[in-house]
Design a protein around this ligand. Structure first.
Ligand code: CA
Length: 226
């Protein structure tokens, strides 16, 4: 039974969401504060999070960024305003999907199902030779488990999540580092370098992480498909 975390401060909305998801066979834990949800996420064991944008103890976008520093759990936003949607659609903050209030509970349940299916749910998804187990924060390459540092894992998981999408160094910093101001820009390059060495040790003839001069890095999903 997939476990969903709902962070929403309005009881009426939360009730509807909990009912809709539990009817579909999900187990839902409801929290009204961002910090309560965050604490629960740190414990692990959750399959997906539904976040309200406006929370009593902060902004859902900031919360999402914080979550992304340690977890790649799929995130769906409940949002009210169209300008918020633009930011989510741009995926600047690392969300997987959104629904606009007022929404149909059935639609939300359908989105949850679709994302869990896409992100693997129980079975880990395989992309271009990579297999990501987001719940346990581990990645296999060509069937071999990669021994990664926390930052290497977060960078690789970020790139793998959006094949062919170019991430600038600033974006990687912003989404991977909890306090980007404390790190040097070059840190991204350093981690990419060690990451590549680890991938090359497994398969020498492929370069899944591509450098785009002056732009950033991308994961080339097609490389190991052949
Ligand atoms: Ca709210």
């Amino acid at each position: 039974m997939p476990r969903i975390l709902l962070i929403e401060d309005e009881a009426a909305i939360a009730d509807t969401v909990v009912y809709a998801l539990e009817t579909e066979g999900f187990r839902v834990t409801w929290k009204t504060l961002g910090r309560e949800g965050l604490a629960l996420l740190r414990e692990g064991g959750l399959d997906l999070a539904v976040l309200d944008v406006g929370l009593p103890d902060g902004n859902g976008f900031e919360l999402c960024k914080q979550i992304r520093t340690f977890s790649q759990i799929p995130i769906i936003f409940l949002t009210a305003r169209s300008e918020e949607i633009d930011r989510i659609v741009g995926l600047e903050i690392g969300a997987d999907d959104y629904v606009t209030k007022p929404f149909s509970p059935r639609e939300l349940a359908a989105r949850v199902k679709a994302i869990l299916k896409r992100s693997g749910g129980v079975a880990a998804p395989v992309v271009g030779g990579f297999e990501i187990d987001r719940e346990r924060s581990l990645i296999r390459y060509q069937g071999q488990r990669l021994d990664l540092t926390r930052y290497e894992y977060l960078i690789l998981a970020l790139l793998l999540g959006r094949p062919e999408r170019i991430f600038s160094r600033e974006e990687i910093m912003d989404r991977v580092w909890s306090d980007p101001a404390e790190s040097f820009d070059r840190a991204v390059d350093t981690h990419i370098k060690t990451l590549r060495a680890k991938l090359r040790a497994i398969r020498e003839d492929e370069e899944p992480i591509r450098t785009h001069r002056g732009m950033g890095y991308s994961f080339s999903g097609a490389v190991s498909e052949a």
